[in-house]
Design a protein around this ligand. Sequence first.
Ligand code: HEC
Ligand code: HEC
Length: 303
Amino acid sequence: MKKIFVFLLAFNICIANELISPIPQSIEFDKEKALLGKKLYMDKSLSKDGTISCNTCHLIDNYGVDNKMTSPGVNNAQGVFNSPSSFNAVFNFVQFWDGRAKDLKEQAKGPLLNPIEHGLNESEVVQKVKDNNDYKKDFDKLYGEITFDNIADAIAEFEKTLITPNSPFDRYLRGDENAISEQAKRGYAAFVSNGCTSCHHGVNVGGNMYQKFGIFIQYPNQELLGLFDRTKREEDKMVFKVPSLRNVEKTAPYFHDGTMPALEQAVQFMAYYQLGKFLEEDTINDITAFLKTLTGEYNEQTK
Ligand code: HEC
Ligand code: HEC
């Protein structure tokens, strides 16, 4: 009996090995456009009151997050969503909690125009970039002209460099048995056997499908209804993009509303809401130890 169980577990892990894949060392990007994109990403003058850049909410020296429940934008206006990481976002199948942007370029236009983020309109963004002589030469050379579309394109190019390869778990996947602890290995097995991988898999251990939040137990905060808020279809109520668990140890607080401060709690509540299970404390600690092995290294390629 025990043998069969061990076999099944091993079989499951084999499948999961294919389900979670390591982050590549780098992906193709245009270095000059990325360098320009980085300047734009860091530029606070591209906001209504000169206080907000992409880096205000997605800090590149802090795993692409600000660790706030929700983020203040221009004039201290509060958003309603927890800021997801800009790190490894390039591997998500769509962008935003409700997937309303199909890629990074389309995504980058959102915050610039969002009244409670950068708070500008298209022509104001273009004018601010034109006003800064530093940008002129780059745009002339790389794009021919300064347009809103080209600005978003350069930012998206920079975001292709915001990836974190070489996490201990990636090294483990590539064959280094000692890259993660025994506890993390137990946690990984529990992550698979409890069904977490049915939603969290792929390069980003998430980020590649939509799922309802609160499958077994209804999530108490029904203020934001996810996909429903843009499609108005009944079956889209409380459906969100499954978030990536890359660097999850560093991206607290958790959930779309940022209400969950600790990773252990997020694991417990995931099992409860999504799987209808109460996990033992040891199992929670093991899964948490596994999740911490997903913390990678940001190798800055735009110095
Ligand atoms: C005031 C804070 C704030 C600023 C400034 C901001 N963002 Fe965001 N960002 C957010 C929030 C909040 C979300 C999630 C919103 C949603 O899903 O509706 C988000 C979502 C994203 C995502 C999607 C990630 C995912 O997993 O879906 C990316 C990529 C991103 N932002 C990049 C940028 C870029 C590039 C800029 C600058 C042009 C920027 N952000 C400016 C707060 C901010
Ligand atoms: C049925 C799909 C599904 C299953 C199964 C599932 N999750 Fe999730 N997970 C989600 C969704 C959807 C969210 C986003 C919830 C929200 O809207 O805040 C999420 C969010 C999370 C978060 C918070 C990430 C963040 O940045 O806010 C963690 C941690 C997490 N899941 C871990 C797990 C673990 C551990 C398991 C197994 C016990 C698990 N999940 C099982 C779909 C799933």
